[in-house]
Design a protein around this ligand. Structure first.
Ligand code: SF4
Length: 457
């Protein structure tokens, strides 16, 4: 009973968070920056912040994460970090030779009020940024928002290099949101199957799920290139996957360069993938290819074959708003009951959206944004569930309440597979259901009496 002090009695709390369901903005900014080819993320703050951001990503992706820091000490904390950042930019380009440095702020540099646009401009004017190299930046104070906000801010920051030529190139920008590298690969595969040329940004495939080759490459092969980012205003449209992660950048492109955008849900599950494929099909002006229809049919077949095991099973979910919205819709599609849905990221729109998705369903849903995992545990104590879906921190609740857990989201610290197997698209939907079904049936096998213990489903 590691969480034995969690009581079932719920008291409204305003100034206390217990077991947060979010992490800090720069982690999201760093993950997004790693999806740019030849980019070295840079944390403008203390060494401790940078070490935390890097280790959070390393533990999830099981890959070494390279990042630099402005290395604040007492002097920078009092007088500002401009001198540190200018020296860092000069040293990083000289020593590591990245094509891009992506600077994000931290709580400390934001509180001091360091002005990244001004410092970056000063670095450019004083010749610290070599010709053809770039410095991107994003403001990522962790006392507002969450890692999701930091991701979104850095993706928007990437558009600083955008350079319209005035001629459309027939491509479509896809902003995938914070999904796994394998998901980014899957989105590219689906777009290629439908026949749409895309610019995916950011793109961490080939960066955080690369092979062990025996050779060290400071900058892996993958990532969206600066050339591709420059040409984003020439695209014929933008699909933003997820309101929280991707919409800001898409709307920025639209308002600055008149690139029409559509904001869709992340393509987790049947209906959200249908909408994604339909959007691609309309852009390409082609029918849905047979191979994609086949994958969809396989997912529908699995749903119908296994429906009896999903039917009315109660689920508690915790994670980030964009994936949760798509996941709740998916669970409702297979007649499961997402009764507790919680995110640490702020945004009342999240609660409204989940209520819309579950309206008219035969269960009441507890939904909360800006909430913590202590509250989730209390909800579960008051209304037990058959399954928990969430990150590795859920294992404490799962163990204490003896409930099966499917790991999904960020961070997953104690399992592998999320880097390699997509959960977006129809094939991803099959993988998600396979994981859910495996957890439910393992529990059934454990608990069934000898008379009802079945070999065959
Ligand atoms: S001080 Fe702020 S930026 Fe640094 S690790 Fe903590 S929350 Fe993140």
């Amino acid at each position: 009973m590691l969480l034995r002090h969690t009581s079932a009695e719920i008291t409204e709390r305003k100034a206390l968070t217990i077991n947060p369901a979010k992490t800090c903005q720069p982690i999201g900014a760093m993950y997004a920056a790693l999806g740019v080819h030849g980019c070295l993320p840079h944390s403008h703050g203390s060494q401790g912040c940078c070490a935390y951001h890097r280790s959070a990503l390393t533990r999830h992706y099981k890959e070494p994460i390279s990042a630099a820091t402005s290395s604040f000490t007492e002097g920078a904390s009092v007088f500002g970090g401009q001198a540190n950042l200018l020296a860092a930019i000069e040293n990083i380009f000289a020593v590591y030779e990245p094509e891009v440095i992506a600077v994000h702020t931290t709580c400390l540099s934001e509180t001091i009020g360091d002005d990244l646009p001004q410092i970056t401009e000063k670095a450019r004017r004083s010749g610290k940024i070599p010709e053809g190299r770039h410095v991107l930046y994003a403001s990522t104070p962790s006392y507002v928002g969450s890692h999701v906000t930091g991701f979104s801010n850095m993706v928007k920051g990437m558009l600083a290099v955008a350079e319209p030529t005035g001629t459309k190139n027939g491509r479509v920008n896809i902003i995938p949101g914070w999904v796994e590298p394998a998901d980014m690969e899957e989105i590219k595969r689906l777009a290629a199957l439908v026949g749409v040329d895309i610019t995916l940004f950011p793109d961490t495939s080939g960066v955080l799920n690369g092979p062990l080759s025996g050779e060290f490459h400071m900058f892996p092969e993958g990532g969206v290139t600066i050339k591709q980012l420059k040409s984003t205003p020439d695209s014929i449209g933008t699909l933003a996957l997820g309101e929280w992660c991707s919409a800001d950048a898409a709307r920025h492109l639209d308002s600055l360069f008149k690139v029409p955008c559509r904001v869709l849900e992340m393509p987790y599950g049947l209906k959200a993938t249908d909408r994604f494929i339909d959007a691609l099909r309309k852009i390409a002006g082609v029918p849905v290819p047979e191979e994609v229809n086949l994958e969809r049919g396989q997912l529908v077949d699995l749903i119908s074959d296994m429906h009896q095991y999903f039917y009315h099973k109660k689920v508690a979910l915790v994670g980030d708003p964009d994936p949760l919205i798509a996941l709740v819709e998916f669970l409702a599609t297979v007649d499961m009951c997402p009764v507790h849905v919680l995110t640490g990221t702020p945004g009342k729109r999240f609660e409204k959206k989940i209520k819309q998705l579950t309206a008219g369903m035969p269960f009441n849903v507890n939904v909360r944004s800006s909430a913590d995992m202590f509250l989730l545990h209390q909800w579960i104590k008051n209304e037990p569930v058959d399954l928990i879906i969430g990150n590795s921190y859920c294992k404490y609740i799962a163990r204490d309440e003896d409930i099966p857990l499917v790991r999904f989201g960020f961070p997953i610290l104690d399992r592998v597979g999320h880097q390699y197997f997509p959960t977006v698209g129809y094939k991803g939907g099959i993988r998600l259901l396979e994981k859910v079904l495996g957890a439910l049936l393992d529990r059934k096998d454990r608990d069934d009496s000898e008379q009802s213990f079945e070999l065959v489903l």
